[in-house]
Design a protein around this ligand. Sequence first.
Ligand SMILES: C[S@@+](CC[C@H](N)C(=O)[O-])C[C@H]1O[C@@H](n2cnc3c(N)ncnc32)[C@H](O)[C@@H]1O
Length: 209
Amino acid sequence: MSEQDSNWKYADDIVIESEAIRRARSQSLEFGLDPVSPALGAQLAVFAAASRAANIIEIGTGAGVSGLWLLQGSTSSVLTTIDHEPEHLAAAKQAFADAGIPSSRLRLIGGPALDVLTRMNENSYDIVLVDADPAQVIETVEHALRLVRPGGTVLVPHALWQGHVADPAKRDDITTAFRTLVEEIAASSAVVSALSPAGDGLLQLTIRA
Ligand SMILES: C[S@@+](CC[C@H](N)C(=O)[O-])C[C@H]1O[C@@H](n2cnc3c(N)ncnc32)[C@H](O)[C@@H]1O
């Protein structure tokens, strides 16, 4: 194992996930989803805690792993979460109930992200997590930039897309979309941004207030 791989394994291994998150993670894997890694989940919780996030929107609920980490980070936050698969939303709903999250802290919305997002209020969210259809990542981040408040943060897991983004020989549509996004954000003066190699990559951008 390379030094980098052993660092990432260690960073994942030291995270202690709650029983509810562990159950949601195994349900995600049964669905064939790719939930945020433990280290990346812990990082989401830090973002939520550090910003004292009150309103969070998550695009791509899955079985609830990332949502649980965000809710754990900021215990006064309300999570709006969107997914087009009723089975995933039902599993996440169960995971939130298992974790004892009151329904007043949750808004679960079913439907295609790009349709649902057009109905959401702009400048309203402290954190927007983009983790739905990778083929639509650019359009989804455009919506996220509209929804997040000045000073708020947009987070994009899987931004290195299985290591393909860093490999110039990989030019498939999804890799190209992530690469374009990462490079445009790095060059933008409207945001403060960073690309962390945590998990499968976490693109972080805060809108200048
Ligand atoms: C990678 S999984 C999300 C994992 C989750 N964020 C976590 O870490 O636990 C992606 C999710 O996005 C949903 N999804 C994919 N395309 C979508 C779309 N166009 N609209 C809404 N949801 C979508 C899938 O059903 C799936 O549950």
